[in-house]
Design a binder for this molecule. Sequence first.
Ligand SMILES: [Zn+2]
Ligand SMILES: [Zn+2]
Length: 382
Amino acid sequence: MKKIITLFLISFFCFFTLNIFAEIKVKSSVVKIGILTDVEKLNIASDKQYVIFNNNKKIILSAGNVDIKLVGNKIIVGDKKKELALPAKIKSTNIIAINKTFYRGDIVLILSKKRKITVINEIDIEDYLKGVLPKEASAKWPVEALKTQAVISRSYAIKNLNKHSSQGFNLCPTVHCQVYGGAGCESKQTNIAVAQTKGKVLTYKNEIAQTLFHSSCGGKTEDPKYVWGWKTETPPYLKGIKDIYCKDSPQQNWKCSLDEKAIRTKLTNAGYKTGEITKITYSGTTPGKARKEIIIKHKNGTLKLNSYTFRITVDPWLIKSTMISDIKKQKNKFTFVGNGWGHKVGLCQWGAKSLADKGYTYDKILTFYYPSTKVENIQYGK
Ligand SMILES: [Zn+2]
Ligand SMILES: [Zn+2]
């Protein structure tokens, strides 16, 4: 009996300590952002002495700016005498400007598949996030809302490190990955949010969570299977929740009008050929209170599209969500009325802002929008 108790205690202890020390590990804290792809020339600058080098050669440049041009497999730095084979690295003790945009970290130039120059910013993830937050959230928002964004953006970056591996870098600086504006867009408030959440990521079952987010959900967040037709089982933290906190979003109620011809042109360009459109209606409602399908009646027949596909194809800036409450036709114009802004999956940014205003801390906001998840520390190294 004693043995059994001892064994039990040992296994309990092991289980407990293993859980305490369960940690999310990634190889390196450096991320590679492809800031320019397939260019033939660029301008580089720094206000301190800086160097550009490869394995065989080093060119020391004094403070100021210089043009780089591609000739064959090599670059010419400034004047014709300074030639360098790619890949090459640019290092400075201070910020480096590429075509007048400022970057922390190092710059690496590689030859792309199209035999042009791809410019990569190699930067510590915490510095990278300082250039993401002002672009993905409003620097005027309360710090706890910005801290939720910092955890989301850090998690997203680490979860998607392979997104551009075929091009030789991790992430691009556009909405395709996360918008990154470099050091020039940083603000005090967003930098504080990054520093106060240093190394924190959102996890589910010891893996980094897929931290999808959008501007405002209009009252309910959505299961991604209704948006992108996900075939795999949706993790519990993305199934959708009721949200009463984003009512103050400027996009809570929206209305837009589009010309029949403009809608038809967009559909045709995307491969959906239609005749003149006579009527647009919707059918089906998702658990997130969005429309499942948009039905386009035209002179040659009827086209049915998933409402998200319709929105993205026609105009995602004007048709702000698929939570459409009315579609009217007047002469040659269709008027759409709806609620919320974005795809409605994951965290609702306006709701997060409102919860931060009410005094919620960032970890509580994150677990409200992504139930069953945890905020954990990331460990870098092998
Ligand atoms: Zn991308
Ligand atoms: Zn919301």
